[in-house]
Each structure stands twice: as structure tokens, then as C-alpha cells.
Design a protein around this ligand. Structure first.
Ligand code: ADP
Ligand code: ADP
Length: 225
């Protein structure tokens, strides 16, 4: 089964204007486990809308969304939220870590919310932070970490519940080129080592070219690059 299967997704915003904005037009996208797909498009082209629909934060006007072979179209909010918590990880341009908690606690908390025991959650957080070279930073609060370190913690948090699908919206967008490079390498390693499927929206064409596949949004249509 595809980790993510989008079929015929359309979405418009009316905005109270006479002409609706067709942000997505019959978008099809299948992402296999262990595959990283770059989503390339200028700002305003609908990348966030597509990621929010794929991650069950928003619903399309038409089309079907399946995650790990389970069709989520028309499911209750409760089932969609449960699927999102269990199977989807999000990473944003700005990390949105909880400032009053340590790096490790930021990775522990989503696991507790998903029903893990404290012991399991601690062990998994330590292992995730070690995998991105942050063991010595585990007890630091986000403000005490560099931008690249914060973003690596954000990846660990996104991976906390072992999602099938990682959705990233400009994850290296606010980092300098060298840090961006290191964070990107970490991300690709997570994808290829854990069989995770990832859709990564980016403006960085050089990074996009290093992913397994690139797609682009053009006037609401998704095209292969
Ligand atoms: P991107 O992430 O590529 O910058 P978005 O998906 O955020 O693009 O937005 C695509 C288009 O949809 C933009 O024209 C934006 O103004 C519009 N849009 C996004 N969200 C909403 C919303 N909640 N209500 C109305 N228009 C929206
Ligand atoms: P919580 O248990 O914190 O209420 P949710 O089940 O609402 O979490 O959300 C699950 C995942 O979706 C989390 O990774 C959260 O960061 C993300 N999320 C929830 N709402 C939004 C939103 N409006 N925009 C972006 N991400 C969101």
C-alpha cells in the first residue's frame, strides 16, 4: 500500500469574492514507504493547503485521501485525529517547540498524548535525539539551542510516534545554507533508514533535486518535474 494516496483532490477558497480561487485541481499523488517527494512551487501556489489535506488537518472539496491504505474520506473527526496522531508527523519552517520544556520533553510529550508509558517515551526520545547527534543537548530548552539544533529536535518530535508519513513545509527555510544542508541530510537519513514516506515542500531546487522524486504545483495542477 502507498503510505499516502491522494486521488482527484480539489480545493477552492471563495474568500467572499465573485471568483473562487482554485488552489488545487484534481491532484493525484502516491508516495511509497521509504520515498521522499519534493513539492516545489512558488509561494501561494497551494503547498500548505496540499500538506494540510494530506495530513488530515483540512478536507478537500472533492477527492479521496488514504493513509497507509486506509481511506479517510468522510471519516469522523475523531477517527481522522486518531489517524493523524498515530500515522502523521509534521515539520514546519519554524519549529514550534514548546519553549518551557527541554528538547527531550518536547519529544516525550506527543508519545504520552498517544498513550505510551513514560518509560517507553523516555527511551524512544533518547534514541531519536541520539540519531540526530543531540544527546548532549537533551536537557536544554529550545532557546538554548541553535536554529539547526532546534529543527533537528522538531524532526525528532515529528517522528516521536513512529509515523508512516512525514509532511514538511519549508523545513530548512529559515536556516543558513550549511545548517540547512545538515538538517536535510538528517531528514533523508530518517526517511531511508526507517521506511518513512515524506512529502517535503521546499523552494530550494538543489535540495529538491536530491530527493527521490519531484513534483510541482502549477495553476492548481500537480505535475512531475
Ligand atoms: P503556499 O503554501 O504554496 O504558499 P497556500 O496553500 O498557503 O500556499 O495558499 C494557496 C492559496 O490559497 C493562496 O492564494 C492563499 O491566499 C489561499 N488560501 C489559503 N488558505 C486559505 C484560507 N483559509 N482561506 C482563504 N484562502 C486561503
Ligand atoms: P493535540 O493532541 O495537540 O490536540 P492534534 O491531534 O490536534 O494534537 O494534532 C496532531 C498533530 O497535528 C500535531 O502534530 C499537531 O502539531 C498538528 N496540528 C494540529 N492542528 C494543527 C494546525 N491547525 N496546523 C498545523 N498543525 C496542526
Amino acid at each position: 500500500d502507498a503510505a499516502l494516496d491522494l486521488r482527484g483532490i480539489s480545493k477552492s477558497y471563495n474568500n467572499g469574492l465573485p471568483n473562487a480561487v482554485h488552489v488545487l485541481r484534481e491532484v493525484d499523488l502516491q508516495v511509497a514507504p521509504g520515498e521522499a517527494v519534493a513539492l516545489v512551487a512558488p509561494s501561494g501556489a497551494g503547498k500548505s493547503t496540499l500538506l494540510h489535506i494530506a495530513g488530515l488537518l483540512d478536507t478537500p472539496d472533492a477527492g479521496r485521501v488514504a493513509i497507509g491504505g486506509q481511506d479517510m474520506t468522510g471519516q469522523s473527526d475523531r477517527r481522522r485525529t486518531a489517524m493523524r496522531r498515530e500515522a502523521v508527523g509534521f515539520v514546519y519552517q519554524f519549529h514550534h517547540l514548546l519553549p518551557e520544556f527541554s528538547a527531550e520533553e518536547n519529544v516525550v510529550l506527543p508519545q504520552l498524548a498517544n498513550g505510551a508509558s513514560r518509560k517507553e517515551a523516555d527511551a524512544r526520545a533518547a534514541a531519536l535525539l541520539a540519531s540526530v547527534g543531540l544527546t548532549s543537548r537533551a536537557d536544554h530548552r529550545p532557546a538554548a539551542l541553535s536554529g539547526g539544533e532546534q529543527q533537528r529536535v522538531a524532526f525528532c518530535r515529528a517522528m516521536a510516534n513512529a509515523p508512516k508519513l512525514l509532511l514538511a513545509d519549508e523545513p530548512t527555510g529559515n536556516l543558513d545554507p550549511e545548517t540547512s544542508e545538515r538538517v536535510f541530510d538528517t531528514l533523508m537519513r530518517l526517511v531511508h533508514e526507517t521506511g518513512l514516506a515524506a512529502v517535503i515542500a521546499t523552494h530550494n531546487l538543489e535540495l529538491a533535486a536530491r530527493m527521490d522524486r519531484q513534483v510541482r504545483l502549477d495553476q492548481g495542477r500537480l505535475c512531475a518535474v
